[in-house]
Design a protein around this ligand. Structure first.
Ligand code: 5RP
Length: 223
């Protein structure tokens, strides 16, 4: 798939997702290029009078939202009405790989505290059957990071620390190849049990709706 077609798919998914934003909602604002399309479209509605509060999942999303005139907070203790985010890969059960942009920890906190997670993707992100194509990002603490990487390497086919990258939380990302993932929930809990691991970019049974965009249309998968 060409980059241009993928971009059109992302935009079309973001446009459809916007129909789920209603006045006075508190919504999660995802991270990445698809989420950025969503923010631009959302800001047009805000200029037209829509009143929402956004909870950004990264510093870059916070900066863009503020620039576009969208009200944001991270000081919120209620249930978020809906979270709008992209994904790196989606399997046939709606399980996700996220964290290509390194924002997986904040993304998971916001998703886990939302009534629904609306995922916006272009068709290239869909995988028939089990997750298998993306490396799984794992956020780890810098303290004794080489040891944590070694432990992850023992579980995976291969793992590499993301070069010259620090998360918004001051941590590192390790990208791990686990091949085909038959049991994502089991793998997620195994990785999270390793001391030094902050979060893993496997989002298992979290998505309520996947919006798939293509050049001239879009459709939804509901879970
Ligand atoms: C960031 C993410 C993104 O949602 C994911 O990487 C998809 O990005 P894009 O919309 O640019 O393809 O998880 O941490």
């Amino acid at each position: 798939m060409s980059d241009k077609i993928a971009e059109e798919g992302k935009l079309s998914a973001a446009r459809r997702a916007l129909s789920y934003v209603k006045d006075d909602m508190t919504i999660g604002l995802g991270t990445g290029s698809t989420a950025a399309y969503f923010l631009h479209l959302l800001s047009e509605q805000v200029s037209d009078g829509l009143s929402i509060t956004g909870i950004p999942t990264s510093k870059s999303t916070e900066k863009l939202a503020k620039k576009l005139g969208i009200k944001v907070t991270s000081d919120f203790t209620g249930i978020i009405d809906a979270d709008f985010d992209g994904a790196d890969e989606v399997d046939s059960s709606g399980n996700l790989v996220k964290g290509g942009g390194g924002a997986l920890t904040r993304e998971k906190i916001v998703a886990a505290n939302s009534r629904k997670l609306v995922v916006m993707v272009d068709e290239s992100k869909l995988t028939e059957g089990h997750l298998s194509r993306s490396k799984i990002p794992v956020e780890i603490l810098p303290f004794m990071s080489q040891l944590t990487v070694k432990k992850l390497q023992m579980m995976a086919i291969s793992c590499e620390i993301r070069k010259s990258f620090t998360t918004d939380n001051g941590n590192y990302i390790v990208d791990c190849n686990f091949g085909k993932i038959d049991e994502p929930a089991h793998l997620e809990s195994q990785i999270k049990m390793l001391p030094g691991v902050v979060e893993v970019g496997l989002f298992v049974r979290m998505a309520s709706k996947i919006i798939v965009g293509s050049r001239d249309s879009s459709y939804e998968l509901n879970y």
